[in-house]
Design a binder for this molecule. Structure first.
Ligand SMILES: *Cc1c(COP(=O)(O)O)cnc(C)c1O
Length: 348
């Protein structure tokens, strides 16, 4: 006997990367957080908030935050929808577009939440395998004729980014919605925002969790033509962006200088970490994100992961076919990365 819908009973549920116990001192390179602090201007706003700012319900549409985004990205404000993290925008898309037995397509491995959210809707996942080079399997995705197709660009856990031309061609072959998840765009060489101007079936997702060092705040947004956002607005939680997130997030997004400066530091550290791992004979996939996918010469990923964890260094190990010989390592500060490579040398 179960209280749950059949699909909920069957599904596993999303398992987030492990969080250290409060007070435990670890080097945390497992969930792609930014190693640098958020914008001081955002923290100033945070510290200035008083009871009056919290007494009332927040603006259901987070208009002030969206205006800042619109100005920075040079898109109309009604092309932007804000969410409690970009995960929340993903939820809205699935709620609005996917019912029982509707198809959702994406290449794997990628962000596991796409599967979880599809299963919650009792939708049907079509998971197209990526090859070793993580090239986009555009034909298979297009042939899936899905209600929603996801492409994370840069992808996680590979760090691979896809071009505007590639995604534009894919969007043109789809009757359904193409979601381009740009959670890691701040560390990439390009972006696909221009697609939303060209294609009415594309939504581009962004988050303040990675580039802006605000994973704990929970703020993200989607950019699409207003007709596509209309359906999402109907299904979103009424007050999905709280007053603190909206105010702090607006200041953080306005401070592009701070974000870009930190992203540059991360990119320099990424190149150094890649070189150090390569010098240890690890294979490292080229990454445009703030993490590296890597394989030790022996493919003993679980052993390295557990050895590092015992020494207080968290990285991501995925116990699943095709990935269980690889590790995903968030790029930390140079000091953290040196501690990591030093610890790996000792374990081996
Ligand atoms: C981190 C991440 C997100 C979402 O992050 P939020 O914290 O919910 O904004 C979305 N997609 C991918 C691929 C991610 O890695």
């Amino acid at each position: 006997m179960s209280y749950f819908r059949e699909n909920i009973e069957r599904m596993v549920g999303y398992v987030p990367g492990e969080q250290p116990i409060a007070g435990e001192r670890v080097i945390k390179l497992n969930t792609n957080e930014n190693p640098y602090p958020p914008s001081p201007k955002a923290l100033e706003i945070l510290h200035s908030l008083d009871g009056e700012a919290l007494r009332r319900y927040p603006d259901p549409l987070a208009t002030r935050f969206r205006k800042v985004v619109a100005e920075v990205l040079d898109v109309p404000v009604d092309w932007i929808i804000a969410g409690n993290g970009s995960d929340d925008v993903l939820t809205m898309i699935l709620r609005a577009c996917v019912g029982p037995d509707d198809t959702v397509a994406y290449a794997v491995p990628t962000y596991v939440l796409y599967r979880t959210l599809t299963q919650i809707q009792a939708g049907r996942c079509v998971e197209v395998p990526y090859g070793e080079d993580y090239a986009l399997p555009a034909d298979s995705l297009a042939e899936s004729a899905a209600a929603v197709t996801f492409v994370a660009s840069p992808n996680s856990p590979s760090g691979t980014a896809y071009s505007v031309e590639q995604l534009d061609a894919l969007a043109g072959r789809l009757d359904g919605v193409l979601v381009v998840d740009e959670a890691y765009v701040d560390f990439a060489d390009g972006d696909c925002l221009d697609l939303v101007r060209r294609r009415e079936n594309v939504i581009v997702l962004r988050t303040l969790s990675k580039g802006y060092s605000l994973a704990g705040l929970r703020l993200g947004f989607g950019v699409a033509q207003p007709a596509l956002l209309e359906g999402l607005q109907k299904v979103k939680d009424s007050y999905n962006v709280d007053a603190v997130a909206a105010a702090v997030g607006a200041a953080a997004f306005a401070d592009q200088y701070h974000k870009n400066a930190n992203a540059e530091k991360v990119k320099i550290s990424r190149a150094k970490l890649q070189a150090d791992l390569t010098a240890m004979d690890f294979r490292v996939w080229p990454s445009q994100a703030n993490f590296l996918l890597t394989r030790s010469p022996e493919g003993d990923a679980e052993r390295i992961y557990l050895g590092l964890k015992a020494g207080g260094i968290f990285i991501r190990y995925f116990n699943q076919p095709g990935l269980d010989d690889k590790l995903r390592i968030t790029v930390g500060t140079d000091e953290q990365n040196a501690a990591l490579t030093g610890a790996i040398k000792e374990i081996r």
